[in-house]
Ligand binder design. Structure first.
Ligand SMILES: [Zn+2]
Ligand SMILES: [Zn+2]
Length: 142
């Protein structure tokens, strides 16, 4: 009888040691994961320290809190988004549109094909395109 109890005790102790080691490893890995994750999301050293403290002081619960509070976007995603926005802005700037109806027009149109607003003037001397607000032709000096 004693032998069985002793064996059970040993097995229980082994299981506890194993669980403890496993928990410790899990706790450390969450801390490492959070450290990497927050570094990808912010350059703010205080935010990094705060996130690390959170998961180290509150094992597992801190991890949940971190997931709720962390910045939504990674730095790479932010960078990508700013590039996309820039490209979009540039596209809008480069695209020629009629000032009256905002229909897209070609660079060398004299009139808007949609609402026939005058877009450009033609120089009477050299027949090149002139912008409406030009008083003299920059090509021939008329
Ligand atoms: Zn138009
Ligand atoms: Zn001219």
């Amino acid at each position: 009888m004693d032998a069985i109890v002793e064996q059970l005790g040993t097995a229980l102790r082994a299981a506890l040691v194993f669980l403890g080691a496993f928990g410790l490893a899990l706790w450390l890995s969450t801390a490492i994961w959070v450290f990497r994750d927050i570094r990808a999301r912010t350059r703010d050293i205080f935010a990094v320290l705060l996130a690390l403290l959170l998961v180290l002081l509150l094992p597992f619960a801190g991890m949940l809190l971190y997931l709720l509070l962390r910045p939504r976007e990674t730095l790479a995603e932010q960078y990508e988004r700013s590039l996309e926005e820039e490209a979009l802005l540039q596209e809008i700037e480069e695209r020629n549109v009629c000032p009256a109806c905002h229909e897209s027009v070609e660079d060398d149109f004299l009139l808007c094909p949609n609402c026939s607003t005058r877009l450009k003037n033609r120089c009477t001397n050299c027949t090149r395109m002139m912008k409406l607000d030009w008083n003299i032709c920059p090509y021939c000096g008329t």
